[in-house]
Design a protein around this ligand. Structure first.
Ligand SMILES: O=C(O)[C@H]1O[C@H](OP(=O)(O)OP(=O)(O)OC[C@H]2O[C@@H](n3ccc(=O)[nH]c3=O)[C@H](O)[C@@H]2O)[C@H](O)[C@@H](O)[C@@H]1O
Length: 432
């Protein structure tokens, strides 16, 4: 600005010398044009280079950006959605599976498809862990005839569009930011997926006509610092030990609200450390296997006074049975047009294995199966959200869902290791 001010002409001078006046005027306009061009270029720079850098951090969380992409989905896309949602069995259901390229999502989608239900998946394919594994799961489902729409559950416009195309009878909501310890690194991703994403989904479900029944993934971590074992659904869950657990607990309260106000039928499933083939590389059994094969040391947590850390590890096939039984026993939502017509079903179930195994035992089993001795590094359990012990009381699920886990850790890990070695090779091509 100063530079330009300095060029401001004195009017008196220009009256006496006309030609130099017009020359000066010409110079002045050139300077003005140059100045405003620079301002313009600067503004473009700011909007194109600065703003997107902050947007790119939240790009996964900006539904409007995705909606732009969504609007480009055309007839061919719609046809794929319809084909995938086609029910092929008598009494089949049509299910929107969120997080379909995830570990549990893939297994549940495949199982539903096998029995003739119509399935449409949705997944944002984020890079919390190796997206190649998610793509491989997608390819697996694709071969089975399940289409996964690439999109975020925060994108209400996309969700509404899916409901316009398919009258889903059920939603199996498995999309989430998982992992207990990562919550200290990236807390907002938990709020984004587990709270905002859930609300976005429920908003769409509540105004869908007919409203679907919803089954969704809560977590055993909601028991937090609860010391009464085995954990029963009636026990207190108001002492979460991690933000992850807090967002899942918040999800249970949000479910209550949508059930209460809009008559949505909602079933929350508290999964207990689910493991198996096609599992999540961020989980201990998975990266322990990878590191044992690589000869890297593995940190085995122990509690205060050398206390045992144990988990009620639950095999994926048992979890899938629990999910399907929850869908099959879910009553219809009672609302329509965003209004409640009567009381609707609201349930929460533990889906565990009822037999906790110490982490040290998990490692011993892996050593035997992988035929490699682990380099164990016994470490004090860090204060980053872990709890020392989980143990499910499953009597409620047994009664209502006929849920009965049948796979012990040794048998389940054998299947996992077989898959791991066939997928990644004998440690040569290992997980990322
Ligand atoms: O059941 C649940 O609710 C939760 O189960 C798992 O959480 P977590 O049980 O902590 O599973 P892992 O991260 O695989 O840990 C398994 C066990 O290994 C221990 N561990 C973990 C990491 C490590 O480096 N060393 C170690 O000993 C943990 O303390 C824990 O006892 C999942 O990661 C969560 O998404 C899920 O919600």
């Amino acid at each position: 600005m100063k530079h330009n001010d300095g060029m401001l002409p004195s009017p008196g001078k220009f009256k006496s010398e006309k030609s130099s006046y017009s020359r000066l005027r010409h110079h002045f306009s050139l300077a003005k044009i140059t100045f405003w061009s620079l301002v313009f270029v600067f503004l473009i720079y700011v909007s194109f280079f600065r703003a997107p850098s902050s947007a790119s951090q939240t790009s996964h969380s900006d539904p409007s950006r995705r909606s732009l992409r969504t609007s480009s989905y055309g007839d061919a896309w719609e046809k794929r959605v319809r084909a995938s949602a086609k029910i092929r069995s008598h009494n089949g259901i049509s299910v929107l599976v969120t997080g379909a390229a995830g570990f549990v999502g893939t297994h549940v989608s495949a199982a539903l498809k096998r029995r003739g239900d119509g399935i449409v998946g949705i997944d944002n394919f984020n890079n919390y862990y190796d997206p190649n594994l998610k793509r491989a799961r997608q390819a697996l489902l694709e071969r089975a005839g399940v289409y996964i729409v690439e999109g975020d559950i925060n994108d209400e416009k996309l969700l509404r569009r899916l409901f316009d195309i398919v009258a889903f009878t059920h939603v199996m909501h498995l999309a989430a930011q998982a992992g207990v310890r990562y919550a200290m690194e990236n807390p907002s991703s938990y709020v984004h997926s587990n709270i905002a994403g859930l609300v976005s989904l429920l908003e769409v479900c509540k105004s869908a006509n007919p409203q679907p029944a919803i089954v969704w993934a809560s977590s055993s971590s909601v028991y937090g610092l609860n010391t009464k074992v085995p954990f029963s659904e009636k026990d207190r869950t108001d002492q979460p030990a991690s933000l992850y657990a807090a967002t899942k607990k918040a999800g249970e309260e949000i479910a209550h609200t949508y059930n209460h106000i809009y008559g949505l039928s909602l079933t929350g499933l508290r999964f207990f450390t689910v493991y198996g083939p096609w599992g999540r590389p961020d989980m201990a059994y998975f990266f322990f296997s990878k590191d044992i094969l690589k000869g890297k040391s593995i940190p085995i947590f122990e509690g205060p006074n050398h206390g045992t850390v144990a988990r009620d590890f639950t095999y994926i096939d048992d979890i899938v049975k629990g999910c399907l039984a929850s869908l099959d026993t879910a009553e219809k939502s009672t609302g329509s047009g965003g209004k409640k017509k009567g009381p609707a079903q609201l349930r929460v179930f533990n889906l565990g294995n009822t037999s906790p195994v110490p982490v040290s035992e998990l490692v011993s089993i892996l050593e035997r199966l992988l035929k490699v001795k682990a380099k164990k590094l016994v470490t004090k359990m860090p204060r980053n959200g872990d709890v020392q012990f989980t143990h499910a009381n499953i009597s409620y699920a047994q009664k209502e869902l006929h849920y009965k886990p049948t796979t012990d850790l040794q048998t389940g890990l054998k299947k996992f290791v077989r898959w791991y070695l066939s997928y990644y090779g004998n440690g040569k091509k290992s997980a990322q």
